[in-house]
Design a protein around this ligand. Sequence first.
Ligand SMILES: *Cc1c(COP(=O)(O)O)cnc(C)c1O
Length: 344
Amino acid sequence: MGATAIDLRSDTVTRPTAAMRAAMMQAPLGDDVFGDDPTVNALQDKVAAMLGKEAALFMPSGTQSNLSALMAHCQRGDEYIVGNGAHTYRYEAGGGAVLGSIQPQPIANQPDGSLALADIEAAIKPDDAHFARTRLLCLENTFGGMVLGIHYLRQATDLARRHGLATHLDGARLFNAAVALADGGDARAKAREMAQLFDTVSVCFSKGLGAPVGSALVGSRELITRAHRVRKMLGGGLRQAGVLAAAASHALDHHIDRLAEDHANARRLADGLHGLPGVLQAPANTNMVFVELAPGAGSRQDAVSRLREQGLLCTGLYKLRLVTHLDVSADDIDRAVRILRETL
Ligand SMILES: *Cc1c(COP(=O)(O)O)cnc(C)c1O
């Protein structure tokens, strides 16, 4: 594996562009624990306005953003309903339970990433001393690169509200969903439309948007004030965080619409693998391609290491996962397809 390896392990591997670095260098700074960092404050105002919420809070990571939201919504002994494949349930080290004493109520994600409305309804506990108090519905968009549509999100959040539940969207890749739903139209309007359906939404700047660090949690001023205390408790109070917020702000200005290129590159990659013996399925979902190897095509771990030797990096936890991003071009994708065709 040389310096020219194509890295499709995740959309988190991007390096800040020259223009992003310049924005970071020039950012006016202050101590954000005192609320004095003008660049952080401007970013928070920008995200809140963009998503149509009263307030936003800059966060060191998506994990801390989601956990702060869970703890802002739920008290000790409360419960949140969540997909069994959701990041907030499966990939955040159980933080809601460990640090928030919040019980997860996982239900199966459907093949399209949604939670069946009947399953959500059945999981909501009656007010009875035997049960934890069901307090929150937590959805994720995109989920495994798949887009949950606005009609579904409206149905699910309406259902939650009818039962008195709060709602949180883990929108680490909300802008990928928005760009896919807008289909060449106004992605910001789609993002806002989705955000309006939820009490809180977490978005990542460090994934497809190409910033080095950071997420934001948006919601009502009251919820964000609570999340602010939790963030401090979790060690997320940062000082001259404007150097990071400047990168996030630059990403919001310049890197949303270009996500369409990542989606096109994912389709190009999936199309390039079409009909390859040894590959059962390789659908493209927004910026991700999940390759399912045919029985007899060898183990995933073996495929991951053989691909690595040929200069293509990917992950293989459940299927081979290849993620397109800001730092891969259509030419890189063509080279990746050649390597995949030769190696698999
Ligand atoms: C990456 C991710 C997160 C967490 O983000 P980190 O910044 O890595 O903590 C949360 N949810 C989803 C869906 C993600 O993909």
